[in-house]
Design a protein around this ligand. Sequence first.
Ligand code: AMP
Ligand code: ZN
Length: 461
Amino acid sequence: MDIYFYNTLTKKKEKFVPLDENEVRMYSCGPTVYDYSHIGNLRAYLFMDSLRRTLKYNGYKLKHVMNITDVGHLTSDADEGEDKMMKAARRENKDPWQIAQYYMDVFLEDLKKLNIDIPEIIARATEHIDVMEQYVKKIIENGYTYQTEDTVYFDTSKLPNYGILSGKNVEEQKAGARVDFDSNKKNVSDFALWIKAPKEHIMQWDSFFGKSYPGWHLECSAMGYKYLGEEFDIHTGGIDHIPIHHENEIAQAQGFCGKIPARFWMHVNFLKIDGGKVSKSLNNFYTLSDLKERGFEPEVFRMFNYSSSYRNALNYTWEGMDASKKALIKLKEGYKNHLNGKDDIATEVINKYEEEFHQAINDDLNMPQALSVVWELIKYPQKSKRIADLLLKFDTVLALKIDEQMENNETEKNIPQEIIELAEKRKKARENKDWAESDRLRDLILEKGYTIKDTKDGYEF
Ligand code: AMP
Ligand code: ZN
């Protein structure tokens, strides 16, 4: 069956056929490991996983690379500010190597908890410095750069089509630029390829540019080339990558070998929380542990994500999570009913639903549509093991562990939102060592009929 994906590069839904008949080669921009992943970040990897699983469902083998950024990503994507790793090291009074190792491990654990298939190749930037150095030398040799005292810049005005992905050219970027853009750059869209390391920058290497380190964008071009070649099938990331990071990856590849590295560029839209941004200052930087604390297993968050296409912004609410949890419990029960069913089902019926599901996922990963096929099957009046088997097959894409009992699904754990808010307030009070307020809130929660216990990670009811 044909597959169609929306391609940001051509701004159209296009038929997808890989360069190699049997294998799809793809690259996903991974995390910068300077903090925990919040649920917005995790939406991006759930999208990546749906893509992987859909391709596998269609019979393709995968060669999929995901990078781990552990050096060179400055506070702003456009090369301003400090290296995020250094900033985190200072915040936690550790060295950046410890920071990288810790947050990378937590990230990979999060993927496991969400039942996300780990890509075949996980590539850490700091383990590919030599690959990046070779890559940048070729860009320099090909005449696409200029150097200042402390930075090698890519000269975007050397490319006729810089801005091809976002549709902004160099001149337009100049016109829209803030007046105070780094005056060492010739064009506002130019970006750092290689940077001289000040003494305090702990992650630094001896290279053609003295003691130095690579710019963030370079790692994806160089590691993509190393593992997937000059041209591969799909490149994924978040929509925030379109105007700078992916534009710059394309520029680098063109400077390196004259080619746009991937044929399909796919981008996942943002998760918003109560309609706004995810941020620490808004106190809504929720992680999987926060979800668990409120009684939601990771697969509930997966289910929640299927309520919208990856291309639409998705608004996160606790009410929405409640509904997803109930739906998932119902789905698992429905599967069991079919598993124990003794009715006969005609092969045509099975084939019809198989086809509908397959069509939905092949239509640019239309998960809401795929789920509606699942619900029709769950509600099918005859109960049959054949339907249960088909649901299990669908679950190779949905990855909801449909045949497993969910932890934490007892109804008494469905704590009302009001009580959870009081518990969160109390947690904050305890963090601030405001014991009187903490006791007051505990009594209030008790008055409302709930008992709260403090645990190592926070609280439970
Ligand atoms: P970072 O670790 O900051 O580089 O981000 C990791 C990934 O999460 C990137 O692919 C971003 O595009 C993506 N991302 C960041 N915030 C959100 C959000 N609120 N919703 C969805 N994806 C996000
Ligand atoms: Zn990248």
